[in-house]
Every structure is written in structure tokens, then in C-alpha cells.
Write a protein that binds this ligand. Structure first.
Ligand code: KIV
Length: 264
């Protein structure tokens, strides 16, 4: 696979070609996922739950994110690496600069942060200094305490309008990608059509430009009940490599997510 850049992703959006995103936290899975042709690897702060066993992403630090980003970068075979800025590492634009610098120096090609309009100055500051940003809207796990749980967002008219406005504002501020988590499928479609930049969805229906899943979820490794938007790709595959290839294929041909994985 030739090296994936933001230019590749934006050309894919223009051409109506979907791209696949998966999380990875180490060199081995980074190698596997990128060799299979996943366009973007997300070094998600979900590692706080999946690897560390916490009940939220809040305990994850910049140092831990940098450590895992370095490992992923060593295994990467050409995917674009996006790394999460963890909880409270971007409360001011200056703090966001320092935290992002640590992740970019560890091997990330871009950073992701969670939040809406209040982040537009931070996004501008990072983008102007050469750090591409993905803005995560909808269910933002770092604010789980304020949201009162892991719930679908944007279901009423006012919050849906707010999310659309935030997405446009963040694009105008310089964000390169928007990620929507647990958002009604129709709202995600509306936001995707309104933006020039690519939109990645998780629990956001089939009409976004790309899909992401936590790798452990799509391999059926996460203990307990899976969220509605997860599909276990190991059920129709006889190896991890085959499950990852099937995920990429189903994202690209629009088979995944099916209607049952989305929200109204
Ligand atoms: O941390 C993560 O893995 C994420 C995805 C769930 C989108 O942010």
C-alpha cells in the first residue's frame, strides 16, 4: 500500500470511496492492520479501557499515549496514524500544543481531540503550526461523567443543530477530519454532506465517509456485552488477518455498518 496522507483521504471523499479505520496500540497489530490496507490507524485512548482495564478513558496520560504511538509507528506499513490527545491534555491551546508535539514526535501523523465549538481556537492554533486535527463529536467518552453515561447524542432538534454547527465551525477553524460517535444515522449523513473534510463514523450509520471500530471489539475479544454498533468479524473468518480484511471489505462496499448497527 502506498503511504496514506490527508490528501489521499480527501480525494477518497471526493470520489465517494469509503475508507477504513481501526485502533491499534502496539507494533504487531499495527503491522497486521496496515498490511491489510486499513487507511488510518487510531491509537485511541480506548487503550485505557481495553489494555489497562479502567472503566473509562480518563486515567490515560500523554506519556502513555506517546509510548503506544511509538510502538504503532514502528509496526506501521503506510497507514496514516492518528493519536488521541487524552483527558485534560488540551484544556488550553498552549497545553494542546505541548501534548500534540509529544504525540507527533512519537510518530503520529495527526491528533484527535474531543469537543465542539470551544475547541476552535485550539484547532486553529494546531493546524496553523502544521499539526492536523481530527475533532471528535457526539458521544465524547472523556466527558462521560457530564453526559451521564455512554449515550447516543444529537437526538433532539436543538442538540442535532448544535452538532452540525460545531462540525462546520471546526472545519472552518482548520480541522482535517471530523469523527462522529453514537449519533443518529440521519444526522451523521447530514453532517457528512455539509462538510468538505472526511467524516469518520462509529455508531453513526452507513453514510459517513469512513468507519472506525476498536480492534478488540471487532475481533470479539472485549469481555461483556458489545455495544449495538459493534460487529464481531471473527464470526465469519478463520484468522485475525481474514477478519481484518473482511472488515475493510465491508466498510468499502457499504455492507458494514448495516441498519441494525445504527441509531435513530
Ligand atoms: O479511543 C478510541 O478508540 C476512540 C474510538 C472509539 C473512536 O476514540
Amino acid at each position: 500500500m502506498s503511504k496514506i496522507t490527508l490528501h489521499t483521504l480527501s480525494s477518497m471523499k471526493k470520489a465517494g470511496e469509503k475508507f477504513a479505520v481501526l485502533t491499534a496500540y502496539d507494533a504487531c497489530f499495527s503491522h497486521l492492520i496496515s498490511s491489510a490496507g486499513t487507511e488510518v490507524i487510531l491509537v485511541g485512548d480506548s487503550l485505557g479501557m481495553v489494555l489497562q482495564g479502567n472503566d473509562s478513558t480518563l486515567p490515560v496520560t500523554v506519556e502513555e499515549m506517546a509510548y503506544h504511538t511509538q510502538s504503532v509507528a514502528r509496526g506501521n506499513q503506510g497507514s496514516l496514524i492518528m493519536a488521541d490527545l487524552p483527558f485534560m491534555s488540551y484544556s488550553t491551546p498552549e497545553q494542546a500544543m505541548d501534548s500534540s508535539a509529544a504525540l507527533m514526535q512519537a510518530g503520529a501523523n495527526m491528533v484527535k481531540l474531543e469537543g465542539g465549538a470551544w475547541l476552535s481556537d485550539t484547532v486553529s492554533m494546531l493546524a496553523e503550526r502544521g499539526i492536523p486535527v481530527c475533532a471528535h463529536l457526539g458521544l465524547t467518552p472523556q466527558t462521560v461523567n457530564k453526559l451521564g453515561g455512554y449515550r447516543v447524542q444529537g437526538r433532539d432538534t436543538e442538540s442535532a443543530k448544535q452538532m452540525l454547527n460545531d462540525a462546520v465551525l471546526l472545519q472552518d477553524a482548520g480541522a482535517s477530519i471530523i469523527l462522529l460517535e453514537c449519533v443518529p444515522s440521519l444526522l451523521a449523513e447530514e453532517i457528512t454532506l455539509a462538510l468538505d473534510i472526511p467524516v469518520i463514523g462509529i455508531g453513526a450509520g452507513s453514510d459517513t465517509d469512513a468507519q472506525v471500530l476498536v480492534m478488540h471489539d471487532m475481533l470479539g475479544l472485549t469481555p461483556g456485552r458489545s455495544p449495538k454498533f459493534v460487529k464481531n468479524f471473527m464470526q465469519n473468518a478463520d484468522s485475525i488477518e481474514a477478519a481484518i480484511s473482511l472488515y475493510i471489505k465491508e466498510v468499502k462496499d457499504g455492507t458494514f455498518p448495516a441498519q441494525e448497527h445504527g441509531f435513530e
